[in-house]
Design a protein around this ligand. Structure first.
Ligand code: ADP
Length: 590
């Protein structure tokens, strides 16, 4: 199923194409709905015949039995027919939701960083959950409303005209037509109100996510009360928007009562006149009133479609926005990439889509297979921005060139590139599963041996031994129950298990002590002899054995060379080296 055929597609076209793709289910549901509408008239018709027989004193015991039996059979049949078509429609609606959710999820996996900088998590969650449910409702409940109410209204109207009186039918149904029009007008306004309500709920979801994420920080800074007030403000906004909706929905009930009352009164008056003229029986009068009740029910149902449609329309726009969202990153390249022999930046500058000035400028850098490159420099100097270019998180810049194996990076298939790179970011993402899962995540079908090997390389063996269930120990949501250093080492183990061609450690050892860091770096060097490694770090000891080190400052490379050469240059690297040595000595003396 494809929700969008082209940019101009709109909800009904999409629904119609979906319905056409499942002709049997929707045809069967329609046939059963028609059958149900036809059958719905039978019990009332039997009541009319029964009353007339009583009034005319022609009712016999045998007649009574027949009426009762037919009455019961028709009710059971209506029940069975209704169940069949409602189940058919609703199970199809769930299937639709399921397909749509998978499609949206797939899209979320494809979209890259610039997209996630535009949409907030709470908003995305609302799109993935309630918006999809509303779309499912529109195609399920909405379809049911149309088919059942239209067929019902038409068949009741016809039976009233044919078996009772066309004049009485027309006179008494006029108020119902007015009712449908009034409700239609009222609910045209619901679109804006519904969208405001839905957006308020999305903002609230985001607030909840942030609170759950940051509850410890809030406590630590004594900001609990402030956050509570902010949260209350958000809930009040949701309440206010919901109240507007309720006001509109609430107005429909009294209007319905007014018009159906009018309809019944007109019907009753005209029927009285027809009885006095001998053109209507008592049975017909009672039956006429029951039909009118049924007809107003179906008109009410039809007016409900406007609401379902409006809700569906708002949700459709939200889902469509994701499915057509552009993350501004170039289309996937087609050239396969099986190895990284060299990476070359030539006069390369890059500017974030939201920035006015380039963040990194005129970068000239050459990385050969098997080398270890160290990247150091003050915070905010552009180190992460530089390696983000290799991860294709943003559109490649047109200023200068970035090549892999002498080809522009954007010519390669992104999935190939991703397979070759192991990236350990600053912000560690751990899943609320066990340690083994979190590490094995880096490789398809990782064996216990693979996991134990990288656990040793990440200097995590002793930590695992102390955990209650070793590698099987569950780590809380986002690894809450383990320390920052442990999180970093799990992330490193995950990066190592893939044995990637290119390993990038982005300040990934900041939370471990210098000795542990040294041990991990030595392990990495030993197991990655012919592989390329990029280490971004604040601690210079981590790159002391690198073949090349670059120092970045304000987006440019200011120093470049071997660690020894950089020390001789007596620039930032040298100053930092002295400072860190002093700190280490002070530390040892404490
Ligand atoms: P470093 O890794 O050296 O600490 P970064 O590469 O993270 O530095 O950041 C360099 C500069 O780019 C900073 O001024 C930062 O504010 C800016 N920056 C980082 N990410 C983005 C972004 N997504 N959009 C706009 N500016 C950004």
């Amino acid at each position: 199923m494809k929700i969008l055929e082209n940019e101009e597609s709109f909800m009904l076209t999409i629904f119609w194409s979906y319905i056409k793709k499942h002709p049997y289910i929707y045809s069967l549901a329609t046939v059963f709905a028609l059958l149900s509408s036809g059958l719905a008239i039978v019990p009332n018709y039997l009541i009319q015949r029964f009353i007339d027989a009583m009034v005319n004193e022609t009712l016999t015991n045998q007649n009574l039995g027949t009426y009762l039996a037919l009455f019961l059979v028709s009710i059971v049949l209506i029940y069975l027919v209704d169940i069949t078509w409602v189940v058919l429609l609703f199970s199809q609606s769930y299937r639709y939701q399921n397909t749509l959710r998978k499609q949206l999820y797939q899209r979320l996996l494809q979209l890259r960083t610039p997209f996630y900088e535009r949409f907030r998590s709470g908003d995305l969650m609302t799109r993935m959950t309630s918006d999809i449910e509303f779309l499912g409702d529109t195609i399920g409940y909405g379809f049911m409303l149309i088919v059942s109410n239209v067929t019902w209204a038409l068949s009741i109207f016809t039976i009233m005209v044919v078996t009772i009186s066309w004049q009485a039918t027309v006179i008494s149904t006029l108020p119902l037509v007015l009712f449908a029009w009034a409700v239609f007008k009222l609910w045209q306004k619901v679109d804006v109100l519904y969208e405001a309500n839905r957006d308020a709920v999305a903002t609230l979801s985001n607030e909840v996510l942030e609170v759950v994420d940051g509850v410890r920080v809030m406590r630590a800074y004594g900001k609990k009360e402030l956050e509570q007030t902010r949260f209350q403000k958000r809930t009040s906004e949701v309440l206010e928007k919901a109240n507007h909706l309720v006001l509109y929905n609430g107005a429909v009930g009294p209007i319905a009562k007014l018009f159906t009352g009018l309809s019944m009164a007109l019907g009753l008056m005209y029927s009285g006149y027809l009885i006095s003229q001998g053109q209507m029986t008592i049975g017909q009068l009672i039956s006429f009133q029951i039909y009118l009740g049924m007809l107003s029910g179906s008109i009410w149902g039809l007016s409900d479609i406007v609401l379902v449609y409006q809700q569906g329309n708002v949700s459709f726009r939200k889902v469509e926005e994701i499915l057509t969202a552009d993350d501004l990153v170039e289309k996937n390249g087609h050239q396969p990439l099986t190895g990284i022999e060299n990476i070359t930046f030539s006069d390369y500058s890059f500017q974030y889509p939201t920035s006015d000035t380039p963040t990194i400028q005129k970068i000239n850098l050459d990385i050969q297979q098997g080398e270890t490159l160290g990247i150091v420099g003050p915070t905010g100097s552009g180190k992460t921005t530089l390696i983000r270019q290799l991860l294709r998180q943003y559109p490649a810049s047109s200023t200068g060139n970035l090549q892999i194996n002498q080809q522009e990076i954007q010519h390669y298939a992104i999935s190939d590139l991703e397979k070759l790179i192991g990236y350990v970011p600053q912000e560690h993402v751990l899943f609320s599963k066990n340690v083994a899962y979190n590490i094995g995540f880096g490789k398809h079908h990782a064996t216990d041996e693979d996991i134990l090997d990288v656990v040793a390389s990440a200097d995590f063996t002793k930590d695992v031994a102390r955990m209650p269930e070793g590698l099987e120990t569950l780590i809380g949501e986002k690894g809450v129950s383990i320390s920052g250093g442990q999180k970093q080492r799990i992330s490193i183990a995950r990066g190592l298990i893939r044995q990637p061609e290119l390993l990038i450690l982005d300040d990934s050892l900041s939370a471990v002590d210098a000795k542990t860091e040294q041990a991990i770096i030595e392990n990495i060097q030993a197991i990655r002899k012919n592989k390329t490694t990029i280490i971004i770090t604040h601690r210079l000891s981590a790159v002391a054995n690198a073949q090349k080190v670059i120092v970045m400052d304000q987006g440019a490379i200011t120093e470049y060379g071997t660690p020894d050469a950089l020390l001789r240059q007596k620039g930032w690297y040298y100053q930092q080296h002295l400072k860190q040595q002093l700190e280490d000595n002070q530390h040892e003396n404490i």
